[in-house]
Ligand binder design. Structure first.
Ligand SMILES: CC(C)(COP(=O)(O)OP(=O)(O)OC[C@H]1O[C@@H](n2cnc3c(N)ncnc32)[C@H](O)[C@@H]1OP(=O)(O)O)[C@@H](O)C(=O)NCCC(=O)NCCS
Length: 169
């Protein structure tokens, strides 16, 4: 029987940046530089991080513009994947968007990224169009996915602040 661990979601702070950059470098061929995350901290929709037993295990960055929220980056440490942490981060982003005046959440995903696409589809995102050669290292199109904010998103999407994750490290 896998043990359940509690995970907290909170805003990114400067002391988190080294750990975030470590996960970022391990996750992407074209990792974001430190300045991109630092800019996020100062933005209207600061990045969120998932913390389990004091260890930062994942993060999500987004941009809020008028009635739209764009998820611009999400990663979970490989050792902590497939336990619901990515889902918790996206749900928390949706709750935050729903509490504002947001109507839609958008994101780009590589067609080859089966794990991420499955996560987003389970949360109700649908493909709306394809951008040609959007990604580099390696070069690939992007699928733009969208999900409307729904009336039940705030009360129905969990606490938006913490949750249980599956399995044990
Ligand atoms: C995409 C990512 C954030 C998912 O994080 P995660 O914490 O593992 O996601 P979850 O545990 O919440 O998974 C939710 C669902 O996504 C799907 N999924 C997740 N990982 C998967 C995998 N390796 N293969 C297939 N489906 C997968 C499953 O449907 C899963 O539900 P299930 O566990 O009930 O089967 C993580 O794989 C990651 O950091 N990847 C590298 C960075 C990246 O690709 N980011 C996305 C850029 S668009």
């Amino acid at each position: 029987m896998p043990a359940k661990e509690s995970v907290e979601v909170r805003l990114l702070v400067p002391a988190d940046l080294d750990r975030v950059l470590e996960i970022e470098a391990a996750s992407f061929g074209d990792p974001w530089p430190r300045a991109e995350f630092e800019g996020g901290i100062r933005s209207e929709a600061p990045p969120i991080v998932a913390v389990c037993e004091t260890q930062l295990v994942g993060y999500l960055c987004s941009l809020a513009a008028a009635a739209e929220t764009h998820i611009t980056n999400i990663a979970v440490d490989a050792a902590w994947q497939k336990r619901g942490i990515g889902t918790l981060l996206v749900k928390t982003c949706i709750v935050r968007a729903a509490r504002g005046s947001c109507q839609w959440v958008y994101l780009d995903v590589r067609p080859s990224n089966r794990a991420a696409r499955a996560l987003y589809e389970r949360l109700g995102f649908v493909e709306i169009f394809r951008r040609q050669s959007y990604y580099i290292r390696p070069r690939e199109d992007s699928l733009v996915l969208a999900r409307p904010i729904r009336p039940g998103d705030v009360p129905g999407m969990g606490t938006g602040a913490a949750g249980d994750i599956r399995g044990k490290r």
